[in-house]
Design a protein around this ligand. Sequence first.
Ligand code: BV8
Ligand code: ZN
Length: 282
Amino acid sequence: ISATGFLRPRASRSLSTFQSHLSVSVRTLSLLGAGLSAPSGLQTFRGLGGLWRTYDAKELSTPAAFERNPALVWTFYLERRRAARAAHPNKAHKALAEMAQRVGVEGFLAISMNIDGLSERAGHPPEALKLLHGNLFDIKCTKCEHILQGDAADEVIQSLEKPSAESSGSPALRREDIPKCSSCQSGLLRPAVVWFNEPLPFETLSSIYSWIQASPTIDTMLVIGTSAEVYPATAYIEVARQKGARIAVVNVEKEDVGLLALEEQDWYFEGHAAVLVPEMLS
Ligand code: BV8
Ligand code: ZN
């Protein structure tokens, strides 16, 4: 990496060499970040106008924040649910879903850090999509881990979104508005996402591990729209490299790619995922 922090011209930018490599790849792994959903209008975390520019991450995506101010944390996640519901999967989500349908899970696994549900809505086969950080639309109990999904979760959201009678004056949520778990009667209900300093879902980690171990090699690692700072998600890039994978990165900011120390046999495609990914996978 040269003094200015820019990539030395090492990673290839040739779409055709990538496409010919992909055409002979038997196993492809991909790591999907917030930049994949940015073209759908969802804010990223660190990018311009990123969520964490306006909010302080520590204020919102940690168990301590929820403990201290569950109403503020719910307000943040209600806003993100509304935005995700209103957004639509973009061409990159669809191209990845089509590749997963075409190649099958033995040949292609997507590991997503996104909680927005857009890959699922693009038709990505569930067995070929691992949500490392949970799902914005599921709700769980802080005490007994009881999970609410689909309509049951939406009912809880309605109670949160309809300010209760006495608080009709101030639309802001208050602690007493936070719903309680119906099965243990005591825990507060929270978004079923993985916060910082929380362990990632064990069954997800182990199913990813068995995919990785199913063969001695991985041929291609697609890294789409991530600043590659959050662990252990980012560690999968190194795991794939150790198994012989050539890495292809899609990102609008070349600075964020610097962290990955790409080499000659890798690729860096600078630009918008919704434009580049469909071309790469076509
Ligand atoms: C854990 C769910 C242990 C909630 C999320 C110090 C060093 C290293 C690690 C740590 C450390 N201190 C603490 C840690 C661990 C910590 C961590 O990684 N911290 C980082 C910030 C330093 N990790 C954890 O805490 C994890 N848990 O370690 O547990 C443990 C074990 C056992 C028992 C107890 C504990 C949990 C991490 C999960 C946190 N939850 N999400 C929510 O979403 O609200 S993380 C959240 O942020 C997202 O899910 C995502 O993972 C991450 C954001 O990253 P990106 O997706 O990369 O998004 P970002 O905005 O950063 O970048 C977007 C990129 O796209 C940019 O590069 C941009 O240029 C590009 N882009 C933009 N537009 C486009 C584009 N590219 C292409 N096209 C475009 N149009
Ligand atoms: Zn409970």
